[in-house]
Design a protein around this ligand. Structure first.
Ligand code: UDX
Length: 438
């Protein structure tokens, strides 16, 4: 099939490259000319493992191309995916749909009969129908079809998530649109991936509900971790024991410094807004949002407490600042709250992160960046692990300790265990475990 993707961001680019790898002919339309030129040269503007290889394979096969020109992009297309950004609108927490409606206005004059217009961007419930009404108003004579196809891609594993999804959700109004979408995802039939067809509103809500539930699950285990620290118990063992229940599942029960990223914060906020607007207050989600935000600041207090109650004049090495490993994305990363909090308390900070400096450089002023964790530890009064990059999982603890001024490690991702730290003579603080050994 011929597919047009509008927006070559995290979602649009990964979707376009993967659709091309399915064997479809894909044209990615992007307003940013420098991005179009970069992608046409086979260079990927974002850090997503494996995307550069897949992009170049499909450029070489001629199955994908990039253009600024929407008319060229839409010519003879069977389906157009709107994959533009829907960031949180400053001030009121709404999803900013400016780019979605702008794209709809640009598509309208170019539509041909039987085009399927699919919104892949995460949009509040009702948006698909509003866009369909707008298109009908602009082109009453055209027979087009609307659909919602939300994505469930995790940064750092987006290609795997696209190629091996647990399910594909399609919100459709008619059989034609359903048949086209089933045709687009046909390569997934080999793995018997369920393609769940429902209506537009239900598809939109599934996306928000899924993300909000995952954020709730994380926040729940984070609060259980706080309880374990007070009364004893090991939150990792609690999560393991809980996860053995098939109704709960083991994933997304890793206690940490709080969730960040481009989606959970944005989507929980938008869902909470939609709930209030609709008169169906999502009080659980509202609580998750406030608990998660408070947690990030409390992690700085945890680090200060581990340093004896003050970090005035102290030097702290931070390992990992991106919101999760295997990404360069700093959006709503816990480090953006933790590090300024420590600096305000008088600490000087050195940061080591395999991908963090590209975006973090501008977001974290007055920190020193190094590429080696042992360099970061030089003269440090404490080492704080904020993001669980693989590069930090197998450190030589004796060597690390020998660099430090004081043998204190605060591990906000429970990468290590108490026994190995005690053996190395290190004061080790983790998440969700009593620090009786100190
Ligand atoms: C998320 C959803 O997983 C994905 O389905 C959706 O399409 C986009 O949003 P993403 O934000 O890229 O994906 O990463 P994810 O792996 O979900 O992690 C989100 C945040 O939760 C990160 O800050 C991560 O550190 C945190 N997290 C995740 C935990 O603290 N504990 C966990 O067990 C899992």
């Amino acid at each position: 099939m011929k597919i047009t993707i509008i927006g070559a961001g995290y979602v649009g680019l990964v979707s376009g490259v993967c659709f091309a790898d399915f064997g479809h002919d894909v044209v990615c339309v992007e307003k940013d000319l420098s991005k179009v030129e970069m992608l046409s040269r086979g260079e990927v503007p974002i850090y997503e493992p494996g995307l550069d290889v897949l992009l170049n394979e499909n450029l070489d096969s001629g199955r994908i191309k990039f253009t600024q020109n929407l008319s060229e992009g839409l010519d003879c297309s069977d389906a157009v995916f709107i994959a533009v950004g829907t960031p949180t609108r400053h001030g009121d927490g709404h999803a900013d749909l400016t780019y979605v409606y702008q794209t709809a206005e640009e598509i309208a004059p170019l539509m041909q009969d039987n085009l399927v217009v699919i919104i892949k961007s995460t949009v509040p419930v009702g948006t698909n129908r509003k866009v369909a009404d707008l298109l009908k108003q602009r082109r009453p004579e055209i027979k087009f079809h609307s659909a919602s196809n939300p994505e469930f891609l995790r940064e750092g594993s987006a290609i795997e998530d696209f190629m091996r999804p647990d399910r594909v959700i399609i919100g459709v109004e008619d059989q034609f649109a359903e048949d086209v979408l089933r045709g687009i995802y046909r390569p997934l039939n080999l793995r018997e991936t369920p393609i769940f067809a429902t209506d537009l509103e239900t598809a939109e809500i599934i996306k928000y509900a899924a993300n909000a539930f995952l954020a709730t699950k994380i926040t729940f285990i984070n609060q259980i971790a706080d309880l374990c620290e007070k009364v004893g118990g090991d939150v990792q063992q609690v999560a393991k024991g809980m996860g053995m229940d098939g109704r709960i599942g083991a994933q997304f029960l890793h206690a940490g410094p709080g969730y960040g990223g481009s989606c959970f914060p944005k989507d929980t906020t938008a869902l909470a807004r939609s709930g209030r607007e609709a008169g169906a207050v999502q009080s659980i989600v509202e609580t998750v949002i406030s608990v998660n935000e408070a947690r990030k600041a409390s992690m700085a207090d945890k680090i200060i407490a581990a340093c004896g109650g003050s970090v005035e004049g102290k030097h702290i090495a931070v390992l990992g600042v991106t919101f999760k490993p295997n990404t360069d994305d700093m959006r709503d990363a816990p480090s953006l709250i933790i590090i300024p909090h420590l600096q305000k308390a008088g600490a000087s900070i050195t940061v080591c992160d395999p991908q963090g400096e590209k975006e973090g450089g501008a977001l974290l002023p007055d920190v020193k960046w190094v590429i080696d964790p042992y360099d970061a530890a030089k003269g440090a009064d404490a080492v704080a692990i904020i993001t669980e990059w693989n590069a930090f999982r197998g450190l030589d603890l004796e060597r690390l300790k020998s660099k430090m001024s004081a043998p204190i490690i605060i591990d906000l991702r429970n990468i290590y265990n108490i026994e190995e730290m005690v053996d190395a003579g290190i004061q080790y603080y983790s998440i969700g475990k009593r620090n009786d050994h100190i």
